[in-house]
Design a protein around this ligand. Structure first.
Ligand SMILES: NC(=O)c1ccc[n+]([C@@H]2O[C@H](COP(=O)([O-])OP(=O)(O)OC[C@H]3O[C@@H](n4cnc5c(N)ncnc54)[C@H](O)[C@@H]3O)[C@@H](O)[C@H]2O)c1
Length: 363
């Protein structure tokens, strides 16, 4: 593989997955990292043997990088991605792409203008179980999906929100369980079901109101251009972490699901009812330690971060599109933003009407 000089922006909890992934790719050199908290950048650089630790993305760019990965809080993604794109630096940004659709549009436009590779990290798409469903839709085994179901039933202790003051605030986090956790499963849902056309839903704060102003619970219905519909149930307020599940029923009537239990461990096809291939299992067990802390959840995802980071490096070097583009990531954000809008107005939100306009998340 040709050589690629890469920097990491934001040295918090998820950045380690990026450093480990990048350092496994032949020909990739991790030149340095940046964090507004310079001490944190220095500790991170020492841990991963990086030669440079700087504060800002501009200083990182000045080191002569070809690409960067972005691990800052969501509302900061836009500024970092646009700065990198305008400097001609390829970008792989953590999910969600941004916290409002207008910002996502500005990021996509900046990447297009600069003709850089712009990918967004949704590593669960690299699970074999998720790919098996996507392939079974493509080859007709499942048929066109008619009905979908997203279930995100998570436990977060109050310290999760209390420790990082930026979490669960509209200005600094852009949303709650939908924006931060369920966006992964919403991405997978729309990857399976196709383009969403409308959404209605409700958000509530039932459990973590002492620490957050955004939602810890949500229910929604999404419709797709195919006429298919899907429901979304999401919470971080459960006392027991049941993980995540995405289920689709195809036009053949066959049902397929991806279950992630415990959270952060590779998803499995828990339900697969294609004729001749019937498989029904349950990964749930009280012997499994389910209420993992976030570091354990992130550690479980590391191998799939590696696959997506490898895909991105290959996309940069070969000039092809990455597995998840900025436009793909805009689609899941539009559903999340649409649920917020619907909850605020009590109306069904037409996602097509906002497809090319600057829709702000309404609170
Ligand atoms: N793909 C996944 O499974 C996954 C898992 C966890 C987090 N994430 C995403 O990663 C991002 C970061 O999450 P985290 O939990 O690591 O957050 P974190 O708070 O632990 O770390 C964020 C870091 O970014 C730094 N920062 C803020 N603004 C900056 C700027 N302008 N330039 C440089 N550094 C800046 C902060 O000082 C902090 O050290 C979020 O968008 C989150 O959604 C993705």
């Amino acid at each position: 593989m040709a050589s690629l000089r890469v920097g990491i922006v934001g040295c918090g909890k998820i950045a380690g997955n990026h450093a480990r992934a990048l350092q496994q790719i032949p020909g990739v050199e991790v030149v340095g990292c940046s964090d507004l908290d310079l001490d944190r950048a220095r500790v991170f650089a020492a841990r991963y043997g990086l030669a440079n630790a700087v504060r800002t993305v501009d200083e990182l760019i000045a080191l002569g990088i070809d690409a960067c990965t972005v691990c800052t809080p969501h509302p900061v993604h836009e500024q970092v991605v646009i700065t990198a794109a305008e400097a001609g630096v390829h970008v792989l940004c953590e999910k969600p792409i941004a916290v409002d659709v207008a910002a996502a549009d500005r990021m996509i436009e900046a990447a297009d203008r600069a003709d850089i590779t712009f990918g967004v990290l949704f590593q669960r798409r690299f699970w074999p179980a998720a790919r098996r469903i996507r392939n079974a839709i493509d080859d007709g085994t499942l048929g066109t999906p008619t009905l979908g179901e997203v279930s995100v039933i998570l436990h977060r202790p109050s310290e999760y929100y209390a420790t990082d003051a930026w979490r669960g605030q509209w200005d600094t986090d852009g949303g709650g369980v939908l924006m931060t956790q369920a966006v992964h499963q919403i991405d997978m849902l729309q990857w399976f079901m196709g383009e969403a056309v409308s959404v209605s839903g409700h958000i509530r704060t039932h459990t973590h109101g002492a620490h957050i102003e955004t939602e810890d619970s949500a229910s929604a219905v999404v419709t797709f251009t195919s006429g298919a519909t899907a429901t979304i149930t999401a919470t971080t307020g459960a006392n027991y972490n049941l993980g995540n599940r995405v289920t689709v029923i195809g036009g053949t009537g066959a049902i397929a699901s991806v279950l992630e239990f415990p959270e952060g461990r590779e998803g499995v096809n828990e339900i697969w009812t294609v004729p001749g291939q019937l498989a029904l299992g349950t990964a749930f067990s009280i012997d499994v330690h389910a209420n993992l802390d976030v570091a354990d959840v992130n550690a479980g995802l590391a191998d799939f971060h590696t696959l997506q980071v490898q895909d991105f490096a290959d996309a940069v070097l070969t000039g092809r599109e990455p597995a998840v583009t900025g436009r793909d990531a805009r689609a899941s954000l539009a559903i999340v933003a649409g649920i917020y809008e619907s909850s605020r107005t009590g109306r069904v939100v037409d996602l097509q009407a906002t497809a090319h306009s600057a829709m702000k998340v309404n609170r």
